[in-house]
Design a protein around this ligand. Structure first.
Ligand SMILES: [Zn+2]
Length: 307
C-alpha cells in the first residue's frame, strides 16, 4: 500500500468515525431535548397532558380507573409517572395502556409504565409482535434494522395483553376510545378518537398516531411491506373523515402544542385545543408529502425500466 493511499484511508477512517460520533451525539441531543417534561396540565374535563416537550402522553381519568396513551422514550416513563402523580392521580389506577405505534419514542417507556401500574397493554395486531420484540422487525426502519443488534432504535420489550383490529373500543368507566388503524408509518400505527365532556357539550378528541414517511420506505415494487401504499392512502381518508374538535398527536409540533399553550387559560383549558381546521390542514400537508414521494418513486421506477 502506498503512503498516499494509507493517508487517504486513514483520513477516510477518521472522518467516518467523526461522522458516526457526531451522528450519535446529535441523536442523543435530540432524544434528550424531546424528553424535557412540560406541565402536566389539563386539556379538557377528564383529559390531561402528561408527556414532554416533543413526545406526547395523554391521561384519561375516571373514578373506575384511567387510560394512558403512549409511553414515550424508555427514560421518560419516570417523568410520565411523576406527571400523573403531580395531577393528584395514582399510577396504580391506570387500568389500560395504549400505544400510537411501535417506535422507541412512543413505546420505549411502556414496559416500566406497565410494571408500575399493573395495567393491561393493548396494541394493534400488526404492531404487537414488534412491541414484544422491543422494536425489532419493524419494516420501515430500513438500514436502521441492522443497528438493532447494537441497541439502536430498540426499547425494553413488553408483553401485550390484548391485540386488536380496526374499530376496537376501549372502555374503562365512562371513558370510551375507538382505535383507528392508520397504518403506513408502522404496519399497525393507531390513531385514537374519544369523546370528552366540556360542560354540557361533548367534543371529539383525535390523537393522530403518525403519518410521517420514513426515508427508507418504498411505495413501488418491492414495497417496504405489502400494502404500505394502500395503508397510507386509507389512513389519510380515515383521519379526514373523523369530525375532530380537539386535535392531538404523538408529537407536539404536529398540533402546535407550544402555540396552543401560549393561549392556555386554566379556567377553560379546552378552548385553545379546539382546532378542527388545524387538524385537517395537518393531514392534507402530510398527504401532499406522501403524493410527492410516491410520484418521485414512480418516476424513478419508470426511468429504470426504460433503461
Ligand atoms: Zn414513529
Amino acid at each position: 500500500m502506498t503512503r498516499k493511499r494509507k493517508i487517504v484511508l486513514g483520513c477516510g477512517g477518521f472522518f467516518l468515525i467523526t461522522f458516526i460520533t457526531l451522528f450519535f451525539l446529535w441523536k442523543s441531543a435530540i432524544t434528550k431535548n424531546r424528553q424535557i417534561p412540560v406541565g402536566p396540565f389539563k386539556i379538557a374535563e377528564n383529559l390531561y397532558y402528561v408527556g414532554t416537550t416533543n413526545v406526547t402522553s395523554f391521561l384519561l381519568t375516571d373514578p373506575e380507573g384511567h387510560v394512558l396513551i403512549d409511553g414515550a422514550y424508555p427514560a421518560t416513563a419516570v417523568t410520565i409517572i411523576e406527571s400523573i402523580e403531580k395531577l393528584g392521580f395514582n399510577i396504580e389506577d391506570v387500568k389500560i395502556i395504549l400505544n400510537s405505534h411501535a417506535h422507541a419514542d412512543h413505546a420505549g417507556g411502556l414496559a416500566t409504565l406497565k410494571e408500575a401500574s399493573g395495567a393491561e397493554l393493548w396494541v394493534s395486531k400488526a404492531d404487537a409482535d414488534i412491541i414484544e420484540a422491543g422494536g425489532r422487525g419493524e419494516p420501515t426502519l430500513g438500514p436502521l434494522r441492522f443497528g438493532q443488534s447494537l441497541g439502536i432504535a430498540t426499547f425494553p420489550p413488553v408483553k401485550v395483553d390484548r391485540r386488536f383490529d380496526d374499530g376496537q373500543k376501549v372502555r374503562v368507566g365512562e371513558i370510551e376510545l375507538t382505535a383507528h388503524i392508520t397504518a403506513g408509518h408502522t404496519p399497525g400505527c393507531t390513531s385514537w378518537s374519544f369523546p370528552v365532556k366540556d360542560g354540557d357539550r361533548e367534543l371529539l378528541a383525535v390523537s393522530i398516531g403518525s403519518l410521517t414517511i420514513s426515508p427508507f420506505v418504498s411505495f413501488v415494487e418491492p414495497e417496504t411491506y405489502p400494502g404500505i401504499r394502500e395503508d397510507f392512502e386509507s389512513s389519510f381518508e380515515r383521519l379526514k373523515s373523523l369530525p375532530a374538535d380537539i386535535f392531538l398527536a404523538s408529537h407536539t409540533d404536529w398540533f402546535n402544542m407550544q402555540g396552543k399553550l401560549r393561549q392556555y387559560n386554566s379556567s377553560n383549558p379546552v378552548i385553545s385545543f379546539i382546532d378542527p381546521s388545524g387538524y385537517l390542514k395537518f393531514i392534507e400537508r402530510e398527504e401532499e408529502d406522501f403524493k410527492w414521494v410516491l410520484q418521485e418513486q414512480e418516476n424513478e421506477k419508470s426511468s429504470e425500466s426504460e433503461e
